[in-house]
Write a protein that binds this ligand. Structure first.
Ligand SMILES: Nc1ncnc2c1ncn2[C@@H]1O[C@H](COP(=O)(O)OP(=O)(O)OP(=O)(O)O)[C@@H](O)[C@H]1O
Ligand SMILES: [Mg+2]
Length: 313
């Protein structure tokens, strides 16, 4: 039996002449935490909005547990829970009353509604504060109520869109723990973020998204392994970069070398030798180094080596 619970194929979405999502495809295994990692405007929310049926794609198809979203939208949507990027809560209502309200929207009532509200409050560690109005809550606690709202109908797949933005460290940990507990209980999770540390900590696989396209997709370990021992970023005075590339790209200590925005980004197999060689070649060709940075191998560096820019630029 196939373990694929979500299959997204060749999604496209434009706003006027602007291509927000351009041919995005991926599939999700049951029980994994999958990260969509990308900078502001990469197309993460647009992608999630299409998969959860809030935005109509221009083309492409979405299968949720074998159900085609376009053809059997209500049936497919019941399998999904969404925790949106923007908070959607009634500030004067208590946390519990907010959840009762959202539960009713999902069609829950009576004893089951009560049970599900208490269960969701417990999942986000807010049972003890449930009677307080949410406008007295910190940003992080409001987020946790938002997460609880997405859990009420016990979805198989939960979408969390940047759930830790503007959140205090204590709530951030509580959010991580809730996500890990939900996942251990069998829930499949899609998590968007532009914080690479979060993707690295939580996600089994990560799709790196830029300009509406997936530019890399693998486990964080494999993505990091692919860039070798990190990246050496070299600034040079004018006119020498191309000569340095030509001389350095054949060396076994260098995996790849590319020019981005006037900087040379060198992926090294052996960073020590790569650095020594770059210094020596620069001297031979009369190039002057204007800056030198050694970047540790992590997802941020993976993104930099793929795009030449940082995730938070
Ligand atoms: N309704 C809309 N009308 C016009 N442009 C839109 C609309 N929604 C999104 N866009 C544009 O599409 C691009 C992708 O937006 P999206 O919200 O999906 O990015 P994101 O990756 O979620 O970014 P962020 O990290 O800032 O949340 C952006 O340039 C955005 O301005
Ligand atoms: Mg977004």
């Amino acid at each position: 039996m196939s373990n694929i619970v979500l299959q997204v194929s060749n999604l496209h979405k434009s706003y006027g002449a602007f291509h927000a999502v351009q041919g995005l495809s991926f599939s999700l295994q049951k029980g994994e935490i999958f990260g969509l990692l990308g900078p502001n405007g990469a197309g993460k929310t647009t992608t999630i909005s299409m998969i959860t049926g809030l935005v109509q794609p221009d083309s492409g198809s979405i299968q949720i547990e074998g159900i085609n979203l376009a053809q059997q939208s209500n049936q497919a949507k019941m399998k999904l829970g969404l925790v949106p990027q923007e908070l959607a809560l009634y500030p004067t209502l208590s946390a519990r009353d907010n959840l009762i309200f959202f539960g009713q929207i999902y069609g829950l009532h009576g004893r089951r509604l009560k049970q599900q509200v208490e269960r969701a409050l417990q999942m986000v560690s807010l049972s003890e504060r449930a009677n307080e109005a949410v406008n007295h809550f910190s940003g992080g606690m409001k987020r946790r109520v938002n997460i609880a709202a997405g859990l009420l109908h016990e979805p198989d797949i939960l979408f969390l869109d940047e759930p830790t933005v503007g959140v205090d460290p204590q709530s951030r940990n509580a959010i991580f723990e809730s996500i890990e507990a939900l996942n251990q209980a069998g829930m499949t999770i899609i998590y968007t973020t532009h914080y690479m540390e979060e993707a690295q900590r939580l996600c089994r696989r990560v799709a790196i998204v830029d300009h509406g396209q997936i530019i890399a997709l693998d486990t964080p370990q494999n993505l990091i392994h692919a860039i070798g021992q990190g990246v050496i970023r070299v600034g040079l005075n004018n006119g020498h970069a191309e000569r340095l590339v030509q001389s350095a790209q054949q060396l076994p200590c260098i995996r790849s070398i590319a020019l981005h925005d006037g900087y040379l980004d060198v992926q090294a197999n052996d960073s020590q030798s790569a650095l020594m060689n770059i210094l020596s070649i620069s001297q031979q060709i009369g190039a002057k180094l204007t800056s030198l940075q050694i970047l540790e191998a992590n997802l941020e560096t993976v993104f930099l080596s793929l795009t030449g820019k940082t995730l938070r630029e």
